[in-house]
Ligand binder design. Structure first.
Ligand code: DQA
Length: 152
């Protein structure tokens, strides 16, 4: 079982820390990446951390993960609410997927209550701020370790 995890971030998350800090906080995406990478070292996992404002790039990274990774953490941002292409790509990925939202989407506008990605995700974290990423990583580590033990 691959110990490589893809952490994928959708549109506008490059502005994390600057954009609506009352909703998304003051941490930047680079801060989140560093925190995730340092926890991954502890958990003996490897990380590919990406962000894009373009749907096709996220689809392409999911295809890459399909060949190489043991899990995906994805914050699809606005694509969550309408991207069938990202859902289809995730449906072609055979390992655990955790969907993360920094804000509690269920407390916000009604259009944010619907997630196409949740139709595939094995778990969803929303409203726990950027801590959602590290919690998702701990969960994936546990799932991968359990699977590896079951195989030995
Ligand atoms: C988000 C929530 C989405 O509704 C929004 O479009 C985002 C960020 C979050 O992390 O809370 O860009 O995914």
């Amino acid at each position: 079982m691959s110990r490589l995890i893809f952490v994928l971030n959708g549109p506008n998350l490059n502005l994390l820390g600057k954009r609506q800090p009352n909703i998304y906080g003051h941490e930047t995406l680079a801060d989140v990446e560093q925190t995730v990478i340092s926890l991954a070292k502890e958990l003996r996992l490897e990380i590919r951390f990406h962000q894009s404002n373009r749907e096709y790039e996220i689809v392409d990274w999911i295809h890459e993960a399909r060949e190489t990774a043991g899990g995906i953490i994805i914050n699809p941002a606005a694509f969550t609410h309408y991207s069938v292409a990202i859902l289809d790509a995730l449906n072609a990925f055979d390992h655990p997927v955790i969907e993360v939202h920094i804000s509690n989407v269920h407390k916000r506008e009604e259009f944010r209550h619907r997630s196409f990605v949740s139709l595939r995700a094995d778990g969803v974290i929303a409203g726990l701020g950027t801590q959602g990423y590290t919690l998702a990583l701990r969960r994936l580590a546990q799932l991968i370790d359990e699977k590896s033990q079951a195989q030995t």
